[in-house]
Design a protein around this ligand. Structure first.
Ligand code: ADP
Ligand code: MG
Length: 695
């Protein structure tokens, strides 16, 4: 009997037992990750169709969102002279005719049948005697569908074999039967104080809103809840970290500070100074540092990391620097070799290429505390290395791997301080959520005398001219890169396309020059050798893939050709370009590409029109959405269901403040009125954030 089962049991009822769902449809729902009643209740629409302003054709006004219903009378798909196509669909309506058109969406054709009843929603225009809508939203008025009770209809994600009206019916039925079982997580006074609707009101309205205002209020409640629970988890996590207080205290005394600075061949920029001050403050205390250092490519993050490492070493601790690639690890080793040439700091490089014997010997030295600074790739360092006295871990180019992995390097005794670095500027909303347990330092300037990179988007017709220019600069003594994308195919094919580029250039445009090749399938010794030849100038042009040379620093290289630019993401393009703005000569970057989608056109357009990494990151964020850039999964965090980090910034700030206030007042969420919040937080984030001992 339903009444005798607990709320939790009822909400766990398998979808198969819902009204209108049998075994077959249940299988479709499973594909959407809808297993139980609770999943269906919280299956949020991905969009809405607003039919609230429905009119007859003769009442239409230009430029306002309105809806018109009618019968499909004509369907007409034709190709245009420029290679695209136009689909036209005419509706016969009660008092006239309406025409809708779609550009370059031939598959829309299949959505229509003659005689079908539909509703179009869009902003109409009067075009030569007929009202027309471009790319309107379409609602099929199936005979089976009941007249909607509301005029703003939810649009759910679907799967093959499941229709929109069926999904709506399932959700509506589930709401009717199970809504009253749902528990409120917030105390009544809390809802009032924060101007939030109760769940019992918000949930039905987020699915089937009465009007736009109700939808906004309902959504606000649910977004707030989602972000609040997340911020609560992050606040608890942060407090736990603070409570541990097991990090070595590494104070930057005046004497240590002076000794470190003497090693730097240049004045630090204001941004570097600020970052160093923040890091030194963190490291001077027993709470493990958890800091993200962000700064555009070439802003000089490495010396900041070196400062932190030497600070650890000055106190007799070991420091580790982890890079995403072997090439970058090697480069960091070289940088340290140069800076520390006259110092007694003992260094080691731990990468994949080491012969087993040397590796074992090195591991023993590290375990015995006879090495101070260890540089290597992340995978290698995590494998089986034990440290005598690890004080600091620096992870370079953080965006390449997940945040949560950093927990791995803990060892018995003290917790090391952590510094993670990224050149992909991360919007504040994201640092506050995905990286919510990190403090952030930003280097917002760059070393003096930096030249800007001139960037061009070129078509095939301009190739000869670009290579002319490229050759001229090579003759002036500069060096250059030719970058080809890693197309998602087998390793073998990737190398082939790179080889092809290499062969074509070596026997063609760049015949007269010394060209080298570097790719992921080479052994680390081969990669090192190729990079060294490029660094020394023996090789003038390096043909490579994007992954290999992240972070490479060769100031004399000022030329870059990017092939198939549309295959690269915006952050990646900017990273690549960062390779050629590192010295006193101006850089020149030419992108060839064949953008097929609007998004990739805008992406390449944005790339050539700005060299500001922060601006590009914002653009990228807007073009692709936060989820796609900073995949929550990649960071080991559960996805957000309803909140949109782009749109819901102000709710996020509010939820964060409130979560902090609540954990200040009730650190363990032990008060009875917070029990449900604590349970929800643990259910959702307990594992991901390793909140172990709470609740
Ligand atoms: P990124 O932030 O991209 O990792 P790097 O740390 O590799 O940048 O620095 C880029 C280049 O700028 C390096 O050649 C480095 O030696 C140089 N550099 C860093 N800081 C300064 C400075 N304050 N003045 C002059 N050159 C600097
Ligand atoms: Mg770097």
């Amino acid at each position: 009997m339903a009444a005798e089962r607990s709320a939790a049991e009822q909400l766990a009822t398998p979808v198969q037992f819902l009204k209108g769902v049998g075994p077959a449809r249940a299988e479709l729902l499973e594909r959407l990750e809808l297993h139980a009643v609770r999943d269906v209740l919280f299956f949020f629409p991905r969009d809405y169709q607003d039919f609230s302003d429905e009119r007859d054709v003769e009442q239409l006004e230009e430029g306002k969102l309105q809806s018109v219903r009618g019968v499909v009378e004509d369907i007409d798909l034709r190709n245009t002279s420029s290679g695209g196509c136009v689909l036209g669909v005419s509706l016969r309506c009660r008092t006239g005719q309406l025409r809708a058109i779609w550009f370059n969406q031939p598959s829309m054709r299949d959505r229509f049948q003659f005689g079908q009843r539909v509703m179009f929603s869009g902003k109409p225009k009067y075009e030569g005697l007929v009202w027309q809508m471009t790319h309107p939203k379409v609602e099929t008025l199936d005979a089976e569908e009941e007249e909607p009770a509301t005029k703003i209809l939810p649009v759910y994600p679907l799967t093959e074999g499941l229709l929109q009206w069926q999904m709506r019916k399932i959700v509506r039925g589930t709401l009717e039967t199970y809504m009253e079982v749902l528990d409120e997580v917030f105390p009544e006074e809390y809802l009032q104080a924060h101007d939030l609707w109760p769940l019992s009101r918000a949930l039905p309205q987020v699915h089937f809103p009465d009007d736009q205002e109700s939808l906004d209020r309902a959504r606000r409640r649910l977004v707030y809840q989602e972000l609040f629970i997340l911020q609560l988890a992050l606040a608890v996590k942060r407090r736990q970290q603070h409570d541990q207080r097991k990090a070595p205290t590494l104070e930057a005394t005046a004497k240590i500070d002076a000794r470190i600075r003497r090693l730097f061949p240049f004045e630090l920029t204001a941004g570097q100074e600020r970052a160093i001050a923040e890091i030194a403050a963190d490291m001077s205390g027993p709470i493990p540092m958890n800091r993200l250092l962000q700064g555009d490519v070439g802003s000089g993050k490495t010396v900041v990391a070196v400062y932190a490492m030497l600070l650890a070493v000055a106190h007799g601790c070991q420091a580790v620097l982890m890079a995403p690639t072997e090439v970058l690890a090697r480069q960091h080793s070289l940088t340290l070799d140069k800076l520390l040439a006259d110092s007694r700091v003992r260094r080691a490089q731990l990468t994949g290429g080491l012969p087993p014997g040397r590796r074992t010997a090195l591991l023993e030295l590290i375990a015995a505390g006879e090495v101070d600074v260890i540089v290597g790739t992340q995978a290698i360092i995590q494998e089986d290395v034990s440290f005598a006295n690890l004080g600091l871990v620096v992870i370079d180019e953080q965006h390449k791997f997940g945040v949560r992995q950093r927990a791995v390097l803990k060892h018995a005794g003290l917790d090391p301080h952590y510094l993670v670095m990224t050149a992909t500027p991360i919007p504040r909303t994201v640092t506050m959520t995905l990286f919510g347990d990190l403090d952030v330092s930003t280097i917002d300037d760059s070393p003096p005398g930096r030249q800007k990179v001139n960037t061009y988007l070129a078509n095939e017709g301009q190739r000869a001219k670009w290579w002319d220019f490229f050759r001229r600069k090579l003759r002036e003594g500069r060096q250059g890169y030719v970058v080809t994308p890693l197309v998602e195919q087998s390793e073998a094919t990737r190398a082939a396309s790179l080889d092809e580029t290499y062969e074509t250039l070596a026997n063609g445009e760049l015949e007269a020059f010394r060209i080298g090749l570097i790719h992921g399938r080479m052994s680390s010794a081969e990669k090192d050798a190729a990079m060294d030849r490029f660094r020394s100038g023996e090789i003038q042009v390096l043909v490579c893939t994007s992954v290999v040379e992240v972070g490479v620093d060769v100031p004399n290289a000022t030329l870059m050709t990017i092939e198939d630019g549309h295959h690269f993401g915006l952050a990646q393009l900017h990273q690549l370009r960062g390779r050629i703005s590192r010295g006193k000569y101006a850089g020149f970057c030419c992108v060839f590409g064949d953008p097929q989608t609007e998004e990739s056109r805008r992406r390449l357009g944005a790339f050539v029109s700005s060299t500001d990494g922060f601006e590009l990151a914002e653009t990228d964020f807007k073009l692709r959405g936060p989820g796609n850039i900073f995949g929550t999964k990649q960071h080991g965090m559960p996805p957000l269901w309803i909140a949109d980090l782009l749109r819901d910034q102000s709710i996020l700030e509010e939820a964060r403040r409130d979560a902090q206030a609540l954990t200040t007042a009730d650190p363990d969420l032990a008060r009875e009125e917070h029990t449900k919040l604590r349970q929800m937080m643990m259910a959702r984030y307990g594992k991901a954030l390793d909140l172990g001992d709470v609740g």
